[in-house]
Design a binder for this molecule. Structure first.
Ligand code: NHR
Ligand code: GAR
Length: 220
């Protein structure tokens, strides 16, 4: 029985990425244990998803704290108190201050629905579509003090069609998010990720599996 990496998942909304992590754990595809799901919003449906699986939940409303740092310290204290070793941001909508980042240096992951460094920030699926790109996707990265700037762990690419709606593209990306996030956490759990400057090296990476993608296809 592999050691179960103790993780804490931070959410603000529906929690479909949280659900994909729960499902991967229950399918024995992810050697982790969710010690806590924490939301800054009491109405986040992700809390219901966690409770449906007997996972401990907490709500910490950032508005009742005097500063971002005070909020972050309270969250860090909760996470450390439950033995969390890796923090997973899953649709968490509060910027982490250096207080948080330094307490969990290179031990915080985030998923972003774009191919960073392209399209940081919010509403990025629409930004990509409006720009007329041929590929979009999602990125799992370690979190550092610069927003959306942390070392990249894994990315997935999806085609973009000019007549896509924002919703269709977001759904196509979200499907891939649900695959790459559990994979990134499993690589961490196996101790195969090593951050060197901006780069994340993966032990035992199979380069043979990589392929060139062209959109529109070279041949009809
Ligand atoms: N914190 C750090 N230090 N670095 C990152 O890369 C982070 C982060 C915290 C959250 C998720 C990110 C996203 O995927 C994330 C990445 C919200 C904001 C934000 O500015 C920024 C980045 C992300 C999510 N939020 C406002 C704030 O003042 C509040 C917005 C709201 O409440 O709706 O924190 O997009
Ligand atoms: C996901 O698409 C995630 O990439 C995105 O919000 C969604 C969260 O969905 N995160 C951001 O856009 C952060 N800026 P979920 O709550 O269903 O996991």
């Amino acid at each position: 029985m592999a050691r179960q990496l103790p993780i804490g998942v931070l959410i603000s909304g529906s929690g479909t990425n949280l659900q994909s992590i729960i499902d991967a754990i229950e399918a024995k595809k992810l050697d982790a244990r969710i010690e806590i799901v924490l939301s800054n919003k009491a109405d986040a449906y992700g809390l219901v998803r966690a409770q449906n699986h007997g996972i401990h939940t907490e709500v910490l409303d950032h508005k009742v704290f005097t500063s971002r740092e005070a909020y972050d310290q309270a969250v860090v204290d909760l996470l450390l108190g439950r033995g969390v070793e890796l923090v997973v941001l899953a649709g968490f909508m509060r910027l982490l201050s250096p207080v948080f980042v330094q307490a969990y240096s290179n031990r915080i992951m985030n998923i972003h629905p774009a191919l960073l460094p392209a399209f940081p920030g919010l509403h990025v699926q629409k930004k990509a579509l409006d720009h007329g790109v041929r590929f979009a996707g999602c990125t799992v990265h370690f979190v550092n003090e610069e927003c959306d700037e942390g070392p990249i762990i894994i990315q997935a690419v999806v085609p973009v069609f000019p007549d896509d709606t924002e919703e269709a593209l977001a759904a196509r990306i979200l499907k891939q998010e649900h695959s790459i996030y559990p994979r990134a956490i499993q690589l961490y759990a196996e101790g195969r990720l090593h951050v060197v400057g901006r780069k994340v090296f993966v032990d035992g990476l199979n380069k043979e599996g990589s392929q060139v993608l062209v959109q529109p296809p070279l041949e009809e």
